[in-house]
Design a protein around this ligand. Structure first.
Ligand code: CA
Length: 129
């Protein structure tokens, strides 16, 4: 487990290995593959690999999916508080399934983004850079 400090940390890993990272307190930026946890603060969690699990924790967190392939899973999205972010050039996505607890966004046949535990997601929950 890689742990951040109580301050604003930038934890960047582009090696595609599976990391377990906790940002701790502060407004952290975590870019990696694996199990990413923002903790307290307004964090940015960016998935760079496959099967990444993103947990923002408390605060207004930004979840970013990069690339394609098996899905990134957001486990604690808070409607009206957190944001789902996309970079230009990301493959167009559409909603495959929007059940009471799960939103699945995919492109073609590949699920890209799974959001668990949301009561409602609207256009205001997305940002496009
Ligand atoms: Ca947080």
């Amino acid at each position: 487990m890689i742990r951040g400090t109580p301050y604003d940390d930038r934890l960047l890993f582009d090696d595609l290995k599976t990391h377990a990272i906790s940002g701790g307190a502060g407004d952290d930026q975590i870019v990696a593959n694996g199990f990413l946890s923002g903790g307290l603060g307004d964090d940015t969690l960016e998935s760079v690999g496959e099967y990444t699990t993103l947990r923002g924790g408390a605060g207004a967190d930004l979840f970013i999916l990069v690339g394609s392939g098996p899905p990134a899973v957001v486990v604690d999205f808070q409607h009206g508080v957190d944001t789902l972010g996309f970079w230009p050039g990301d493959t167009p996505m559409h909603v495959r399934d929007a059940g009471p607890v799960t939103l699945v966004l995919d492109s073609y046949d590949a699920v890209q983004f799974v959001v668990l535990g949301h009561p409602t997601i609207t256009a205001d929950d997305f940002t496009f850079f």
